[in-house]
Unconditional design. Sequence first.
Length: 235
Amino acid sequence: MYSRSWSRLYTDGSVGRPSFVSEFGLWDEHQLAIAEQLEAELDQLDFVRLVFCDPHGLARSKALTAAAFRTVLRNGTAELALTYDLALGAGVDAEYLGVAAPYVALPPEHRLAKRKSIRLTDLADEPMVLLDLPDSRDYFEAMLAKAGVTPNIRYRSASYETVRGLVARGHGFSILNQLPAHRETYDGGAVTAVAIRDDLPGLPIVMARLQSVRTTARARAVAAAARAIFADQSP
């Protein structure tokens, strides 16, 4: 989740402790200026994925909502977006790459965590942690309604990792589509992914670009790499 606190930790240290970047001299003046510019431009976003490398080659990243993807495509900040096919709007070409099936996220000690698959009605009386993004919210609520479940939503968060962390600590189950390569959460917990037996739609993963913008060689190279990665993952 993008926040001013995160940005300031890497710039002026105003979160109540010395700036990590300033203390260890990791960024030069140009990099600090870029960080400040990004903070000004992204201040209105709730959820953004930025990926870049620091001077040591370490990847840093954040995540974007589907609405934010539309914004960065239309204002020229990005040429391509790898995203779910959720209300991308007119004037956007979306190339299908694959589908992300929904699954139930449970803490490892949950009574149903060792099952290969479950029905959503098995969790009807249990608290839920909802990934509360504008388009995702509608998708999950429609899914639950189709399964005949009225969710008992205990917590909502626009942060994917916050949702996983709350599930890992036993605060409820969640339904997610993105499946990490590992079970661990940022705070040291773990999440178990259990398949959903109900016949429910997955989320199409697409590569989106503006129809009115000519694709550069760099964007074509990224698109080719994305196609190859998803082709390797196909059954």
